[in-house]
Design a protein around this ligand. Structure first.
Ligand code: ATP
Ligand code: MN
Length: 478
């Protein structure tokens, strides 16, 4: 049995002979003893290995550097040192793998996030990234457990889809046709009937339409899968490949939908505080270090305070129209401090506006509802005013939009009329329209970008740092 360092650190079996395996974080030597901080990724904390220099092979000890992997037999003893309960008196050290310090890119010092992004194959080995990816696991687990507790069934929706009418973003084509001289039809276009699926196919931009099919039978479902958007937006909040959670629930109206989303986000925050405290504390300290030089008013709220604040306050719920009024009348707008000035009703909100509402005006998460139909998708339920749809976006501090959702148009005639207006071919969507033809019901759902949630929970500033191997324009390494 291999005991993890996480388990060892809470054990009180002093005097027990144990074996521990891991990677060297640091080594320091004094006259008679060497101290090795060993980490196996099970926790942010290292276990201290005490090595008697006189009784240890000198050559072997000299080969132990940051990054080397070791298997150590020794005795668990009570530690006199501060901040640790136990340490290990090494009796036998086996070097599993060396890490030559002249070649190993990671030194026992702080590296920049940019440097670590370029070395993403090794960044799991740093404190920062091991903390982030442990939290990522915890959040995946929390989401599944939230929906399971609420009686939602997980469904897998296809990754390769033939529907190009979803309109959520630019798509990546999936094809086996040769890139050079593909077959062409009489009109001179690429002949996709010769392609693998006999039609043009793409990577999915959303599992929603298929989730709706399931919700109209299982009532409450959710998807949690990879999502692909070929949008050429090089921002700190967009990935070309990201993970999305999309619940869809029959008989839910927009208010039920907002309650569900708010509860889910709070559940995740609470789960992180309850289960990832050491890692959050580490990330919080790291952020404090980073912000030390900044003037007081530009420093962000301490990470754990920020999480508690979101947990303990209701999200502000206002309409798009109210938001436009607030923005239009703001000093920020009057002094032309927005890149995009708000001068009328109907404009799509940019992330600078979303963040103004959240960070400057309300100082808490905001849910915006009833958006102009022109800037939202065809499937959203049309309001009586003829102008707006029952959409809801949740805006978070530091991020902007984290959730986008809506009540769906369940009326067949209204849905078809809207699709015609927007020139969405209904013939290719008959499978979707069948839900409205046979046993239609009011229903609602939303999409949560998993990495946006991760940005919020970890306090990291760049979405490339909360997914192990980011896919962004001109970047698909590793
Ligand atoms: P944005 O305006 O921020 O680009 P969107 O309106 O395109 O978002 P939706 O189509 O509503 O977003 O997708 C639902 C959720 O998926 C968003 O609220 C966001 O959390 C997430 N999301 C969307 N695009 C991306 C992306 N490229 N990378 C990471 N997450 C994304
Ligand atoms: Mn987008």
């Amino acid at each position: 049995m291999i005991t993890s360092i996480k388990e060892l650190l809470i054990s009180e079996n002093y005097g027990k002979k144990i074996n521990v395996k891991g990677w060297v974080r640091t080594k320091r030597e004094s006259k008679n003893v060497a101290f090795i901080a060993l980490n196996d990724g099970s926790t942010i904390n290292n276990v201290q290995i005490v090595v008697n220099i006189d009784s240890t092979n000198e050559e072997k000890l000299a080969k132990i550097h940051t990054g080397a992997s070791l298997s150590i037999d020794g005795e668990l003893i009570k530690s006199e040192g501060k901040g640790q309960n136990i340490e290990i008196n090494a009796e036998n050290i086996e070097i599993l793998g060396i890490a030559n310090p002249d070649e190993y890119p990671l030194q026992p010092k702080k590296h920049s996030l940019e440097f670590l992004r370029e070395n993403a194959h090794l960044r799991f080995r740093t404190n920062t990234f091991s903390a982030i990816f442990r939290i990522r696991h915890a959040m995946i687990f929390a989401i599944h457990s939230f929906f399971n507790e609420k009686g939602f069934y997980n469904v897998h929706t296809p990754i390769i889809t033939a529907s190009d009418a979803e309109g959520a973003g630019e798509m990546f084509r999936v094809s086996v046709l040769p890139a050079k001289n593909p077959p062409v039809n009489e009109q001179g276009n690429v002949d996709f009937t010769k392609d693998f699926f006999g039609k043009e196919t793409n990577l999915t931009v959303s599992g929603q339409l298929e989730a709706e099919l399931a919700a109209l039978a299982l009532s409450k479902v959710y998807t949690f899968g990879p999502t692909f958007r070929a949008e050429n937006s090089n921002t700190t909040r967009h990935l070309a490949e990201f993970w999305m959670i999309e619940p869809e629930a029959a008989f839910y109206d927009i208010n039920d939908d907002m309650d569900l989303a708010e509860n889910m986000l709070k559940y995740c925050v609470k789960y992180a505080l309850d289960n990832c405290f050491d890692d959050l504390q580490f990330l919080s300290n790291r952020l404090k270090e980073e912000e030390k030089g900044k003037p007081q008013d530009q420093q962000s709220q301490e990470l754990i305070d920020k999480l508690n604040f979101v947990l303990n306050n209701d999200f502000e719920r206002i309409t798009y129209t109210e938001a436009i009024d607030i923005l239009r009348n703001s000093n920020h707008n009057k002094k032309k401090k927005f890149q995009y000035i708000i001068d009328g009703w109907g404009a799509d909100l940019q992330s600078e506006h979303e963040r103004y509402l959240v960070e400057k005006h309300f100082k808490k998460p905001v849910i915006l509802i009833d958006y102009p139909k022109e800037i939202k998708a065809f499937y959203m339920k049309q309001n009586e005013d003829g102008k707006t749809v029952r959409a809801m976006d949740i805006l978070f501090p530091g991020i902007g939009e984290i959730v986008g959702g809506s009540q769906r148009e369940e009326n067949y005639a209204k849905l078809v009329a809207r699709m015609n207006e927007m020139e969405i071919p209904t013939s290719e969507m008959s499978w979707y329209l069948d839900t409205r033809k046979f046993g239609t019901v009011p229903h609602s759902g939303f999409g949560l970008g998993f990495e946006r949630l991760m940005l919020f929970i970890t306090g990291m500033g760049n979405i490339r740092d909360v997914i192990p191997f980011p896919r962004t324009p001109k970047n698909a390494e590793f």
